[in-house]
Design a protein around this ligand. Structure first.
Ligand SMILES: NC(=O)C1=CN([C@@H]2O[C@H](COP(=O)(O)OP(=O)(O)OC[C@H]3O[C@@H](n4cnc5c(N)ncnc54)[C@H](O)[C@@H]3O)[C@@H](O)[C@H]2O)C=CC1
Ligand SMILES: O=C([O-])C1=[NH+]CCC1
Length: 311
């Protein structure tokens, strides 16, 4: 039958694992950076404001031809008041049969969004963090903070993990909710002091991380601020760091940190993976992540294949 299956968030979460995901994400990011439309087609997402609710709806189609994956994610993201009980992100993924064009599966896209974003940040850290990385900092304590914590703990062996959140009680809750030991800090300056890897995962639209506080040589994975007038990083950091992105085209239209600072993009992560651009890990590096449809497509196919093999 041609009737799509529906996979709920708990099913998706159970089937999606970082160790399956990371090599496939590395492969697709590399293919993307070749700009070979016979292998990967992925336009910059179209984003429509949802004016009454201070939010946006993004449509993220992707065709990963070399894997036979046709997919589209629809993602809603809202600028919520801190402490709001309303969700800041919702997502649904449609996986198509590329031959017929029908929808084979509809799946909740929240766990996919959390995990693939964190996995891509971890890939950036594998390539760009200082050779000796002891201290990890997470700025923000929401969903992305948690997925980033999980995958960074799986992949690396930091001696210390610190977390900051604008409301300290949220950082305390975060620290209490995870298994390992996490130091809760009261200011960003104190959190990032001497840190090797800094993950920014806030809903802020203004800079929270300032270059003067960042240790030379540190690596920053900047995950929030996905609108052209939103910032998470200041001009000093954007000017002093070597800037890597997931997609040059997306960065040029969506990243306030890049557009408003006038910073030059040095390379895509895919170019580093392909060996066509160097990983300057001894320099201060920023990976400006915006999120890509190809990342969701890879996850959706993984989940669907695993689900089918369990039937
Ligand atoms: N690059 C990518 O691929 C993706 C990026 N994102 C972005 O990641 C960010 C975090 O997403 P989630 O963890 O799902 O959201 P969340 O709502 O679960 O957590 C947001 C965190 O930001 C903090 N926050 C809110 N306003 C703040 C402000 N003005 N200053 C400092 N902190 C503030 C909150 O306290 C909370 O800790 C969002 O900006 C989201 O748009 C989300 C999905 C994918
Ligand atoms: O890639 C993604 O799904 C998103 N990036 C920013 C908000 C949601």
């Amino acid at each position: 039958g041609r009737r799509p299956v529906f996979l709920s968030d708990d099913v998706v979460a159970r089937l999606l694992r970082y160790d399956d995901l990371i090599p496939r994400l590395e492969a697709v990011l590399g293919k993307f950076s070749l700009r070979d439309s016979a292998a990967v087609v992925q336009p910059v997402r179209s984003v429509m404001p949802v004016v009454d609710h201070n939010g946006f709806l993004g449509l993220m189609p992707a065709y990963v031809a070399y894997e036979g994956i046709l997919c589209a994610k629809v993602v809603a993201f809202y600028s919520r008041e801190e402490g709001s009980s309303l969700p800041s992100t919702q997502a649904t993924v449609l996986l198509f049969d590329p031959e017929f064009g029908n929808v084979a599966a509809v799946m909740d896209g929240l766990d996919i969004t959390h995990k693939r974003t964190a996995a891509v940040s971890a890939i950036s850290a594998k390539l760009l963090s200082p050779a000796q990385s002891d201290v990890l900092c997470i700025l923000g304590s929401g969903h992305q903070a948690l997925s980033h914590y999980e995958v960074f703990m799986q992949l690396f062996s930091f001696k210390e993990v610190r977390v900051w959140s604008r409301r300290m009680e949220m950082a305390k809750q975060f620290a209490a909710s995870v298994q390992g030991s996490v130091t809760v800090c009261s200011s960003v300056k104190e959190t990032v002091d001497g840190a090797d890897v800094i993950v920014t995962v806030t809903n802020s639209s203004e800079p929270v991380l300032f270059g003067e506080w960042v240790k030379p040589g540190a690596h920053v994975a900047a995950v929030g601020a996905c609108r052209p007038n939103w910032r998470e990083l200041d001009d000093v950091l954007m000017r002093d760091a070597v800037i890597y992105v997931d997609s040059r085209e997306a960065a040029a239209v969506e990243s306030g940190d890049i557009i408003l600072s006038g910073a030059k993009v040095f390379a895509e992560i895919g170019e580093v993976l392909n060996g066509t651009s160097p990983a300057l890990r001894e320099k201060t590096t920023v990976f400006k992540s915006l999120g890509m449809g190809i990342q969701d497509a890879i996850c959706a196919k993984l989940v669907f294949d695993k689900w089918k093999s369990n039937q």
